[in-house]
Ligand binder design. Structure first.
Ligand code: C2O
Length: 535
């Protein structure tokens, strides 16, 4: 194992896209930010120096950070932000994980431009459990706003307005040639006929679940969220914000130029999609003058494709990479995902939208929850988050105004060390049109079941997949449906659980698990590093 050191300078830089230049927050002046390359077992030291006029905090999405939430990064959950002029070194070990993950700013909406890939190679001498690719390529899917993202946040969260949609999707920061002034802002992968490529695809978009496809080429999915999957071949993948997907692509078509594209998936498209990003897969020796072939993507509301795609995802579950699904459950949690309106005298309509779990909309604390937990500081959070909704109702039936009332509070759940937990996330029909990608920090979990309609506590568990369910860190809760996940609470600390649609997170669709220390000397939260940013 090696020590890998990185320097991240947070700086504002002028970047131009779609015929406009604007200042954006970057790492080292790059957009997207640099890729981190490590090997399983390495220790990573990333010094973040904040030279921008924004508070900053960086999250290493999907890294488990065993006993070491101090390096996890979500602002006010595990640390206070790094203030302008200050530095903080994220210091962590990469243990028991290999594959594609990513990193992003975890404060307000700064992740719009502050993100990059985090690639973990298997241990030296350990091959991939699939054919060795000729080349590996990172493909980061994102969004681009003309407007200042801070303004967009204000509209969405404090004025009670639905926020502006982004103006374009991007592939590695580039919208592609379908947009004005974007001919040179087009990402190109050059391939050789007969060779195989590994695409490490990340959905870094703020608010959009995406389909991604390559014209004329199938993809073989081999990994999601840094967990090997049973390979399957598909024309398109579905990927939610926060998720990663590794696919193998064979350059086996008539040499030419082929579009790769990403486009929104939404059960009820809110408006005509004009944001499709494209990039080009170009065979060696083919001149740039040859026009690319148009890719085929599922329709924006192709829920059927989405559901059947999700069903195909299975853990590899081999001897070397077994799926250790918890079979006996110590703690059953049932959280409704809902929306409500609260009165807001300063808002345009007198009300503003709130999102909630079990009717509780999460209020951000003023200091990190992990500090409060570790140093036993009272009054920061309440550990009384309910295990189930206050009153059961027909979750996916006609919306009842009685269910729109939402309480706010910094409320979390205490989880006993090493207990096995099942969490069912139930979407409700109240004002929702999209599925919710839920992300749990500090853990992977197994997705043992998912379905449309109300979760049936008696019947649905009988149909769980407890053999080879996919293991991941971010999972979609379908519109008007439910998803059941299981994990073993073996990582002590405070771990954020939230919808990875930034808009919904902003509305309060989040809470945290406080996983207690175990009895062993190596089962408790490590002491905080000396340079942890002060509050
Ligand atoms: Cu990628 Cu808490 O997020």
């Amino acid at each position: 194992a090696a020590i890998k050191k990185y320097q991240f300078d947070i700086q504002v830089k002028n970047v131009s896209r779609l015929c406009h230049a604007k200042p954006i927050v970057t790492v080292n002046g790059r957009f997207p930010g640099p890729t981190i390359y490590v090997r399983e077992g390495d220790r990573v030291l990333i010094n973040v120096t904040n030279n921008a006029q924004y508070n900053m905090s960086i999250h290493w999405h999907g890294l488990k950070q065993y006993r070491n939430g101090w390096a996890d990064g979500p602002a006010y959950i595990t640390q206070c932000p790094i203030q302008t002029g200050n530095s903080y070194t994220y210091d962590f070990n990469v243990t028991g994980q290999r594959g594609t993950l990513w990193w992003h700013a975890h404060i307000l909406w700064l992740r719009a431009t502050v993100y990059g890939a985090f690639v973990i190679m298997p241990k030296q001498g350990t091959p991939f459990p699939f054919p060795q690719p000729h080349q590996e390529v990172e493909v980061l899917l994102g969004e681009w706003w003309h407007a200042d993202v801070e303004e967009v946040v204000k509209e969405g969260t404090t004025m009670g307005l639905p926020p502006n949609m982004s103006d374009a999707h991007t592939i590695n920061g580039k919208p592609g040639p379908l947009f004005p002034c974007s001919e040179k802002h087009t990402f190109v992968i050059e391939v050789e006929l007969g060779k195989t490529y590994l695409l490490r695809i990340v959905n870094a978009a703020l608010n959009d679940e995406l389909f991604f496809a390559i014209a004329g080429h199938n993809m073989t999915v081999v990994e999601v969220d840094a967990v090997y999957a049973k390979p399957f071949t598909t024309q398109a993948i579905l990927i939610a914000p926060g998720q990663t997907t590794n696919v193998l692509v064979q350059a086996n078509q008539v040499p030419g130029r082929y579009f790769m594209a990403s486009r929104v998936f939404m059960d009820v498209p809110l408006s005509i999609d004009n944001k499709t990003a494209s990039a080009i897969l170009q065979y060696k020796g083919v001149p740039n003058t040859v026009l690319p072939s148009i890719p085929q993507l599922p329709a924006p509301n192709d829920t059927e494709f989405a559901l059947s795609y999700v069903k195909k995802l299975r853990s590899l579950n081999s001897q070397q990479y077994p799926a250790n699904v918890p079979l006996k459950i110590d703690r059953n949690l049932f959280y409704t995902v809902g929306f409500g309106k609260n009165s807001c005298p300063t808002c345009l309509n007198g009300t503003k939208l709130l999102a909630s779990l079990n009717n509780i909309s999460f209020a951000m604390p003023q200091i990190g929850l992990l500090q409060a937990h570790y140093f036993n500081i009272k009054g920061v959070y309440r550990a009384d988050f309910p295990d189930k909704p206050p009153t059961p109702f027909n979750y996916t039936g006609v919306p009842l105004t009685a269910n729109l009332g939402t309480a706010t509070g910094t409320r979390v759940s205490k989880i006993a060390f090493n207990s096995t937990v099942e969490l069912v996330l139930q979407d409700t029909n109240l004002l929702t049109v999209e599925s919710h990608p839920f992300h749990l920090h500090g853990y992977n979990f197994f997705v043992v079941g998912t379905g449309i309609g109300n979760f049936d506590h008696d019947k649905d568990p009988k149909n769980y997949n407890l053999v080879d369910p996919i293991e991941r860190n971010t999972v979609g809760v379908p519109t008007g449906g439910w998803t059941a996940i299981r994990f073993k609470a073996d990582n002590p600390g405070v771990w954020f659980l939230h919808c990875h649609l930034e808009l919904h997170t902003g509305w309060g669709l989040k809470t945290a698990f406080v996983v207690e220390d175990g009895p062993g000397t190596d089962q408790s939260v490590l002491p905080p590093p000396k340079d942890l940013p002060p509050c």
